[in-house]
Design a protein around this ligand. Sequence first.
Ligand SMILES: *Cc1c(COP(=O)(O)O)cnc(C)c1O
Length: 491
Amino acid sequence: MSESRKPRAFQNARPLIFDLSHAGRVGYQVAPTPKEMPAVELPLALRRKQAPRLPEVSENLVVRHYTNLSVLNHHIDRDFYPLGSCTMKYNPKINDEIASHPGFAGLHPLQPAVTVQGALEVMHQLSVALAEFSGMDCVTLQPSAGAQGELTALLMFRAYHIKTGGKPRKRVIIPDSAHGTNPASIVIAGYEVMQLPSGEDGLVDVNALKKALDHDVAALMITNPNTLGLFESRVSEITKLVHDVGGLVYMDGANLNALLGISRPGDMGFDACHINLHKTFSTPHGGGGPGSGPVAVKAALEPFLPTPVLQTKDGKYGWDWERPDSIGHVHTFFGNFGIHVRALTYILSMGGDGLKSMSENAIINANYLRAKLSGVYEVAHDAPCMHEVILSGNRQKAKGVRTTDIAKRLLDYGFHPPTVYFPLIVPECLMIEPTESESKETLDEFVDVMLQINHEAEANPEILKNAPTTTPVRRLDEAAAARNLDIRYYK
Ligand SMILES: *Cc1c(COP(=O)(O)O)cnc(C)c1O
């Protein structure tokens, strides 16, 4: 057991940098132009009509401003971040160092391919590695997130059905535990969503699936391990059933952190999957990107890949744009290249054995939390989990405290809360994903705090209902904060 953590002291928000501005104060010094150098005047048309409205401050104030800002929000470099489904693992700094190399960072996407052979080699090596990990034949690196990967694959499925069967088919089946991006992608790709209730055990109900399958089904889309943290043990049977009616099977690969070096979507019978580089392969996320969601597919889908496709010809890398069956471009240029560099750096520095132990440790850590917390918090399914554990705040709800209150109270202790109220089918859900990159000491600290919060729920529920009290901003009306977002500065 670790020494129990105390709630943090209240963190006062500091004044805005605009409010610290003093007319004439500067953060730089430029030597005066020597007399012998001719003065160069900017053409009138290029000159500003009015001075930019920037704060006038010294350099050290700018540095302090950003340093202080960086701890107002929670992030993985600050503390534990067990946000389920998001795989908020530590991002090794060597990834950034390599991506910042001028030979990568200074490239322009319109440079001729002959001048960027090294960059294309990075993309090639990454594609080969992702094809290998997923058990697929080819990869597009273009999509900039998992959600866009889903859409890309569904558009490819559509093109495949039209090419091979003359029509796109009508429906895509998803389980009721699916991530919200799945139905959204299905609708944008022009299909109807058909939702399947999960079985008692939290897995795909194979009998219900059999009843739902017919020749109008374009695809089945499932996550494995699923969003309940459980491995779909009948997955080979499931993919075969869909293939038997001519449908395709998509794996939402967001949970690949549980599988690397252990099992592969391609071997389970999936035709395509996306891979969230910003989850499994430790590139930064949380704050909106840039992410990367490459899609790996079996050979039958290769003609439909987005253009351009990376190819090798006479020992040189280049782009193939002449692809009549392609679904077209899904991202400007070739995807988020800086993220590709980071992911390949991570893969090469971990090595094959390292990646396997990564997944094993992610699974062990989640099961450790499950074992430590299941006495006090209800577990959604009484079975070993994969890389995340799904708890419920049902018992605490009976004492008048909701899961949202538990989540807000965790902020006071300096932890990011788990994902809450998802999957939708678990009432008062707490979805905890510790990842492999946390030590036993950190996990023990988190357990202590979760037990302490349960104690507070009994002894002093008002503390939870008023939480957070130590953060720069207290509890917000979240719907209003999202819908009436106001981040402009007014003097
Ligand atoms: C994160 C996630 C997605 C979406 O991925 P983004 O990269 O955020 O677009 C889809 N499905 C599941 C299960 C996820 O966890």
